[in-house]
Each structure stands twice: as C-alpha cells, then as structure tokens.
Design a protein around this ligand. Structure first.
Ligand code: OOG
Ligand code: NI
Length: 453
C-alpha cells in the first residue's frame, strides 16, 4: 500500500501560518508588530550584506520571514500529554525544562519545536508550553475546585483526537487529512470571550494567582502571544515606542553586542479584553488580561561553558545594587557585567563558548580530501572553511519569567518555596524532554563531519 503523506514540516508550516492569521484577526496589534519587524529586518539586511550572506549560508534567510514562536498554558497532565501527541504530528518535540516557580510563576514548561537541521530550515515554529503546578496553590479548597473545573473540560476537538490517533497508527496524514488536522488543531488555541466559571470564581482564582485564572477559566489554552524574529531588537523597540505601542521597559536577555548571543526579547503589554461570565441571574460582564505581542532577536547558541558564563554575568547585573531587573540603571549594569563576555566570533569559537556550523568555502571544495582533513581551525585560517554561529532555538527561564511578570500586572511576585520537578513534568508529559545542548552539539558535529566528505 503506498501512501502519499504530507511531510510533518509542511503540516507545521501550514499550522504556523494558520495560527498567525488567526492571531492577527484576534489581536490586530500583533499584525502591527509583524509589519514593524518586516520593515526593521529589510532595513537591517540592506545595511549589512555580510549578515545576509551569513544567514543564507546557515539556511536562516528563507525561514526568517515565517519565523515565530507562541506560548500556551495548560492545566492537567492529560492536556499536556495530548499536546505532545498533537505537536508530534507536526514534527515538534519537547525540548528543555523550564522551572518558573523560582520567579513566582506557578508553572513549569518545555518548548515544542523541530530539531533536525532540515526541519529547522524549513520552519522553526516553536510553542513554549507551560503546565500549571496545582500543588503550588496553597488553599486546599481552591485547589480542589480548580481540579474539578479542569477535569470537566476537553480542550481538543473530537476530529483532532481522531486524526492524531490516525497519524500515529499510519505514520502520517495525506493532504486532505493534514489540512483537516490543521483546522481542528487550531480550535484548541482559539480565544474564547465567554468564560466557563462565574465572575466570583474567576476572582477567587485571580486572587490566588492571575495565571491560575488564565489557565482555569476558559474552554481552552488560548495562544497568549506570537513572536516574530527581528534582526535588530533595539531598532524594533524604538520603532514600537515611536508608534506609541505600550512596550515593556527593558529588553530581556543579554545586552546589545557585536555578536548576538542566545535570545533578546521585548513585548507590548497584555490587552484588557471583555469577557462574559456565566451567572445565576444571567451573564456578567468583566475583563481578562492575558494576550500580548512579543518580538525576539536570536543569536549564537552557547555551550554549557558559555551558558554558565551568561548565567553568572546576568546574575551579577541583576544583583548589583539588589535592584533586580527593574532598577533604573539596569541596562548599564548589564552592559558592564557583559564586558567580560568575549564579543568576536573567533574568540567565542576558540574558547568553546558557542556552537558553530562549519562549511567549506569554494576554495575548500576544490581542495583534495587530504587537504580537507586538516583541523577545522587550520581550514578556517587558510580560507578553506567558514564557521557561522548556530542559532539558539530555545528559551531562557529568567527572560520568560520577566515576560510573564510584565504581563501579570508588573508587580514582582514572591518566589514559591518549591523547586524544580522535572521528573513530575516528564511524567505529566508522558515523555522525556530533549537536552538542547546535545541537539546543538549534534548539529555542529554533523557540519564538521561534512567537511571531510
Ligand atoms: C510564556 C512566557 C515565555 C518567552 O518568550 O520566553 C515566553 C507565557 O507567558 O505563557 O514565551
Ligand atoms: Ni514568548
């Protein structure tokens, strides 16, 4: 029996586009962000042909205009497990574990994303997915109520469940089924302006934690933001301010540098939206604040050594003066701390701080295989090979906490006394999360091996 399955990459691309179209309709300000980012990217590329060459060599140029991530939050293990199966249809697997309880957000998270070089080049769509940690709700009665509410809902359509099972059984979906799957899957991420709980219950949940109200009060885990990728986040931030968009005060992540590392992010504040709450004597009107727009700039993926240095310097900047990331001089403290982080590609590579993609130059390709068997550094020195940064495809817990925070009313939250519980998260997920460092190391190793062929 021969089957003509649509590739998981293509299903993911269709889905990412459908999500973007839906979110642009739901939150028009997101459309404004997309436009702004397209403009900044076009200007940045026009001013910097070397950057365009580098992105092209790295298969990042074509994906850039479609590149974005989203985020959702769910309430139960069953929901998380089913999401894992849903994302698997699109070639997206859980990568990394993020504990946000230390920042006062009662969730832990992973990122569903593609992992192979080919899939990433085709469309790197990622979804940061958080699971509510019920055990962190202190009030036992409220905890029981939350549990009861969550047990009653089904965030997936019957059609989505059936097509996921079909895909798992058959090993793929033919085009018509794949298109139907995208439509059905989209329903899970749609906004619902009608809550499933009374206004009073909503307030009780909200008092326990704003995020709990967001996860529990609705029929589904509405996508809460989508994030296009910019090549110059400082320009994008200025442009947001110039257009009167209510942007977050600080850019999360490392400071501006010559060689961008990891991830820098900014967002506009969440919108206050009308919600209808069911009540005994008819519908009650209220509002809910959850959905926003975000912009990110991605840079070099760091090795464990580079990441340790990043974490150390970030802590140093945040702790200097005990002011966290809200003190007025934060960007100066950050820049001062990061003066210790090498900022040229050769040093970053030679000191083993980042992951690189190696490729032969035209002259390298013309060489004999014995010349090509020299160490990579010798090939680079002789102009026979290039080494370009491997882009960071993941997230940063401190930054994520900052994004949550700025959309939870600004006030710093108290940290939970809990600690990370990766095992429980993986049990709820029904799978292990992949180690992001191993994935980058594999990409680098494959490019080195290809030099010799
Ligand atoms: C997720 C926040 C994390 C990011 O870009 O770090 C995130 C959320 O608010 O649900 O999306
Ligand atoms: Ni985000």
């Amino acid at each position: 029996m021969s089957r003509n399955f649509m590739s998981s990459d293509e299903i993911r691309s269709l889905f990412a586009q459908a999500m973007s179209d839906m979110y642009r309709n739901e939150v028009p300000l997101y459309g404004a962000l997309m436009e702004l980012v397209a403009k900044v990217n076009a200007e940045t590329l026009a001013a910097n042909p070397a950057l365009e060459d580098q992105l092209t060599r790295n298969h990042e140029r074509a994906r850039l205009d479609q590149e974005r991530h989203g985020a959702i939050r769910v309430g139960t293990a069953e929901e998380l497990t089913m999401l894992r199966r849903l994302f698997a249809v699109m070639g997206m697997v859980p990568v990394g574990y993020y504990d946000l309880s230390v920042a006062g957000v009662p969730v832990h998270s992973t990122a569903f994303r593609p992992v192979t070089a080919e899939a990433l080049a085709r469309n790197p769509f990622r979804v940061f997915t958080s699971l509510l940690r019920l055990e962190l709700i202190e009030d036992a009665e409220l905890r029981a109520e939350v549990d009861a509410i969550l047990q009653q809902r089904d965030i997936f359509t019957e059609g989505a469940r059936a097509l996921i099972a079909q895909c798992e059984r058959d090993g793929g979906l033919e085009e018509a089924d794949a298109r139907q799957f995208v439509r059905e899957a989209l329903e899970t991420f749609r906004w619902h302006g009608d809550a499933t709980v009374s206004h009073a219950t909503y307030h009780a949940l909200h008092d326990a934690h704003r995020l709990i109200a967001d996860v529990v009060s609705f029929r589904g885990p509405h996508i809460n933001h989508l994030t296009p990728r910019t090549l110059d986040i400082d320009a994008a931030q200025e442009e947001m301010q110039a257009r009167g968009i209510d942007a977050k005060a600080v850019i999360e992540g490392p400071p501006r540098r010559l060689v961008p590392i990891l991830l820098r992010q900014t967002s506009f504040k969440a919108l206050e939206e009308a919600v209808a709450f069911p009540g005994d004597s008819g519908t009650e009107r209220g509002t809910h604040t959850a959905r926003f727009g975000e912009i990110e700039q991605r840079g070099l993926a760091l090795t464990p050594k580079g990441r340790a240095l990043y974490d150390q310097l970030l802590n140093q900047a945040r702790e200097a003066g005990g002011a966290g990331s809200t003190g007025g001089d934060y960007s100066e403290r950050l820049a001062a701390a990061f003066a210790q982080f090498p900022d040229d590609l050769d040093t970053l590579r030679r000191e083993g701080l980042g992951y690189f993609h190696y490729a032969l130059t035209e002259r390298g390709l013309a060489e004999s295989s014995s010349a090509r068997s020299l160490p990579a550094e010798a090939l680079i020195a002789a102009g026979l090979a290039t080494a370009d940064p491997i882009v960071y495809e993941d997230f940063l817990p401190v930054s994520a906490a900052g994004i949550f925070q700025s959309n939870l009313g600004g006030a710093e939250q108290h940290a939970y006394a809990a600690h990370e519980s990766r095992d429980e998260f993986e049990a709820a997920l029904g799978a292990k999360v992949a180690d992001e460092f191993a994935l980058y190391a594999d990409l680098e190793a494959a490019s080195l091996a290809a030099l010799r062929q």
